[in-house]
Design a protein around this ligand. Sequence first.
Ligand code: F1X
Length: 309
Amino acid sequence: MILTVTLNTALDITYRVPSLRPCASHRVSEVTERPGGKGVNVARVLAALGHEVTVTGFAGGPTGRILRDRLAEVPGVLDALVPVSGTTRRTVAVVDGRSGGTTQLNEPGPAVTHAEWSAFQEAYRDLLASASAVALCGSLPPGVPVGAYAGLTRTARAAGVPVLLDTSGAALRRGVAGRPDVLKPNAEELAELTGSHEPLRATQDARRRGAGAVVASLGEEGALAVTPEGRWRAVPPARLRGNPTGAGDSLVAGLLSGLAERLPWPDRLTRAVALSAATVLSPVAGEFDRAAYEELLGRIAVTAEANAA
Ligand SMILES: O=P(O)(O)OC[C@@]1(O)O[C@H](CO)[C@@H](O)[C@@H]1O
């Protein structure tokens, strides 16, 4: 099975408002509520692709209960979340009906105690025994050490399980030192990590910091991969309008799915970018449009890239 880790799970609330204005009161025209956090989204997509997948991380309090109840309804996803005494966070995405743009508000998450963090690490070691790959995804809740991902990466690699890391800020800076097999930053995270806004240069720099391969998600421009086997750019056919929430998570799912099936890199990138684009096109954040995915598979342009000067 593929294991996804979401230390800071979330109940994702999406509000649609006719027109979003700061410092104003709004009538919400549509609400959706889903179990989320990046690794949960990755798991949902992997299960939809037919992979056996287990979700771990923390869940607690009333929102944690709702999240687990909703997760139980997702076919093919096994819940191995570890309980915490604090309350699982909510995130709020506000979609502006006029522009289609999304404003994201993410709560910090529950305070995790030392004993809870130890319990998680023990559960994680046990789960690795039957994992073919692991994805470490999202922000860290308060109380979890900033070097957590570096440690979890080393544990997985010692168990012979390949690791994909998708996080941000200090957790990313420290996590890359654990030498994940694949690092998946977006353009902003990549610039923050390397100080460079030039994607190819920054992706190569991120790889030199310890990752086996780096796949940068570049929104409408698709993805840029710097790997031991070569460098590629994978681009969707046209500018896609829609809700990009969860598009990066679908990209991660595509990469993991391709890794599990030992696909060559260009095929993995095609799958990942098609899934990501089909997620933008789906009306519900974090879900992908299957018909669009299948159609897009034949329309992703993958080209080899030369080294940055
Ligand atoms: O605060 P984090 O962990 O960085 O991001 C959390 C989050 O915004 O990312 C997902 C979309 O990628 C949402 O499901 C989720 O709530």
